[in-house]
Design a protein around this ligand. Structure first.
Ligand code: FES
Length: 310
């Protein structure tokens, strides 16, 4: 993208302009490299994007995974949402404070560890839970606390074995005997309009809180006059007690992806986004591996089941 500006002598100069949508990725890069985003970094980014530094500052201070100040090399975040609080998160905070010899919101003298409290990390089912850098650790006890601190001291990699989810109730989709890609193959066999009819007739509802009928949403998108349509899977969640998206991504990711591809086929979209919250960053390798499997099976990419892109 380029922009025309007037030069000192009145001449027109064409300069490349980075889009303001580059703001977040740029901030994430600096955060990853330095561990925080200094005032100087914010000014530089603002200059590059030709926006006011206040806008950059407001983004940095809005997101809890971007820091305007230097923190420890490792960050321990103890969830203090209501279910975690009831499960004893205050005891876990105390145990960390004792083991690290700091108070909550402080950093150890050697700059190695910062201890913080945070809200939802999607681990209500495994409370009390903490986030150690990008790792989610559930069912934390004072013993787990000393193991985590020991790992930091010795430089050993922290191994996490989270217990399996507690969702056991049978259902027509999640525990159904339908094999991999069968739904997608069936959808292609039925054809686009038939799929839209089936979904509309099923009364399937969205799980985002409003319970919006999925069939209505898909039909509106399919008939919208636009050259480009998108399938967006919003895997963000943060309401008290909510961890369903996390369980679905961890345990049933192929079903989630297959659903997205079917939606793409039905509404005429060839681009999908899976919106993942920062707390679920540790799932990225699992998601990428599963996407690669879909691609090599011909269920994602340029020629899905011989139907081309959709
Ligand atoms: S972890 Fe408890 S509200 Fe999400």
């Amino acid at each position: 993208m380029a922009k025309k500006i007037e030069g000192k002598n009145g001449q027109t100069i064409i300069v490349p302009v980075e889009k303001r949508s580059a703001l977040l990725p740029m901030l994430q890069k600096v955060q990853e490299k330095k561990g925080y985003i200094s005032d100087k970094d914010m000014q530089e980014i603002a200059d590059r994007l030709r926006i006011h530094p206040v806008e950059v500052y407001s983004v940095v201070t809005f997101y809890s995974f971007l820091n305007a100040e230097k923190k420890g090399k490792h960050i321990i975040r103890v969830s203090n949402c209501m279910p975690n609080e009831l499960a004893g998160s205050h005891r876990i905070i105390n145990a960390f404070e004792k083991a690290l010899k700091i108070k909550c919101s402080e950093t150890t003298k050697d700059g190695k560890v910062t201890l913080e409290m945070t809200g939802c990390i999607g681990m209500c089912d495994k409370a009390p839970a903490v986030m150690v850098d990008d790792l989610l650790v559930g069912n934390v006890t004072p013993k787990t606390v000393s193991e985590i601190v020991k790992c930091f001291k010795s430089g050993k990699k922290l191994e996490v074995k989270n217990t399996s989810d507690k969702i056991k109730r049978d259902g027509p989709i999640v525990f159904s005997p339908i094999g991999p890609y069968e739904g997608l193959k069936k959808a292609v066999e039925l054809g686009r309009s038939e799929v839209l009819d089936v979904v509309r007739g099923s009364n399937l509802k969205g799980r985002g809180g409003a319970g919006f009928p999925v069939g209505v949403k898909w039909n509106l998108t399919a008939t919208a006059s636009s050259d480009k349509k998108f399938v967006v899977c919003n895997a963000d969640e943060g309401e008290p007690g909510t961890f369903k998206d996390k369980v679905l991504l961890e345990e049933y990711l192929p079903l989630v992806l297959e659903g997205m591809v079917i939606a793409g086929f039905a509404v005429g979209s060839d681009t999908g986004f899976l919106y993942l919250r920062g707390e679920y960053k540790c799932m990225v390798p699992h998601i990428e591996k599963t996407l690669a499997k879909f691609r090599s099976a011909g269920m994602l990419g340029r020629n899905i089941i011989g139907q081309g892109r959709f």
